[in-house]
Design a protein around this ligand. Sequence first.
Ligand code: ARG
Length: 586
Amino acid sequence: MNLQSVLLSRFKNALSKIGAPENAPTPLGKSTRPEFGEYQFNGAMALAKILRQKPRDIAEKIVEAVEINDIAEKLEIAGPGFINIHLKSEWMAEQLENAIKDARLGVEKQPTQTVVVDYSSPNLAKEMHVGHLRSTIIGDAVARALEFMGHKVIRQNHMGDWGTQFGMLLAHLNDKLASNEVAETALSDLEDFYREAKVRFDNEDGFADRAREYVVKLQGGDEQCLKLWHQFIDVSVAHSEEVYEKLGVSLTRDDIMGESAYNPDLNATLSALQEKGLAVEDQGAQVVFLNELADKEGNPAVYIVQKSGGGFLYSTTDQAAIRYRCQKLNADRTLIFTDARQALHFKQTEIVARKAGFIAENQSYEHCPFGMMLGQDGKPFKTRSGSTVKLADLLDEAVERAEKLIRARADKLDGANEAGLSEVEQKEIARKVGISAVKYADLSKNRTTDYIFNWDTMLSFEGNTAPYLQYAYTRVQSIFRKAGVDPQSVNFAINLGEAQERVLAVKLLQYVESLNQLVSEATPHVLCSYLYELASCFMTFYEACPILKDGVETDKKESRLMLAAMTAKTLKSGLDLLGIDTMEKM
Ligand code: ARG
């Protein structure tokens, strides 16, 4: 059941009953204060303009016409013509009683679409660094949520496994193997390896030429070269997989669809662009001129698809990827998660692909940009010595810090702590808290803005953080342990007597709204905010409405246990979609 859509359809009916035109706006939002009810319908003002009548008169007509007695206990007209909707407690209770029995918590699936999600996509020539963290985490949460909402999700890890820098790397690898090193040792630190190769490329006589030869040979399918390339890729992919494992993201080897996979289609892609008259020769290169992105002087933007030497580029691969996704996979939507600096590339890419007919009218191509992760100094996140931070190191540090924190808490809580956690349990909790803290700090920020990476805030048990939500979840679980009731199978009547109970109930019914917004806008922070508000509503409710205290009547206790169980289930479901672990005790 979607509260927002149920209300909306009632008001739409009312508008048509009073003769409003088909396209009259129907703004419906959540009320900002409990005195104004739970929702507010604000369509009267706009309609008044269209019909040239007084807004309050229109509001009165709407209130008269709307059939909503089963859902709302009262409608109130306020101000110039706002309609405040106070929901019926009995109706909300009934909705919740139904939702709690449902494995999907009452969240209806959307009509299925095929959605390609291109995320993580590190460049294999180097170690994965923090820049790929955001793509991996955000993309993974969106992919999971899309699946939950009933879509067919095709994950694609568009790894940078092709291109000119591989010539230099393969030449260097060749020499190392020739002097009896094995690939795994030679490539144990990709950063070092890359640096060494670059030094040779810049300084060593003849090396650069050999590197260029290797590129040509590789692209021509030379066997010895491909063998070296495979060795390199295997080790590098294994590095990425270690990070995925640590992060608990759902990407597997089968999801890899790297740049090299499109190599066989690059010539055909170029031909298609030429046949359409889009790609033309310019100083030996093949380019598409884009008048729609001309500069101030009217010079069109230049989108290169083949270099003068014949080499293909990142852009050519993206065109081929579009052909595959839109024409072979029939993707209704393609979502690509990269940092905002690539926005222009994807804008140009989409324009070219649409003109070429690679993307059909009803298919969408959505670059989902994100801001940068910054250090405390507001500059791009770096290590103390100024080099890029390796993802693997960052995650290890997160777990170490969480371990200290959990140990300190356990010492403080000792005695008062019903759980009495063993050393092993503490370690496992620390791992979950540490990794989750990093992931959640990223997910909870508005995707498009830069954010400052801060260990102390992300590991805090207060505020919109992973530890706060994980703790909120365990608190509810501990209520059930004390009550000796299984939260999975509670089945009592719900009665919403107190204001805090109503507030919590409405919040619980709004889970689906946050999910719908998340999947349509590819913004996990919407779900984070929702879960944080839900946990806060629960804490307020729990303070005002005791559950297990002596003297609480049985039916009240049971009803409150239902609200608590629904809170736990919703928190768990939402955190699962975000890829955040929950635990029974901490
Ligand atoms: N490998 C690229 C990078 O690290 C991201 C690829 C994104 N996907 C795409 N289809 N271009 O910046």
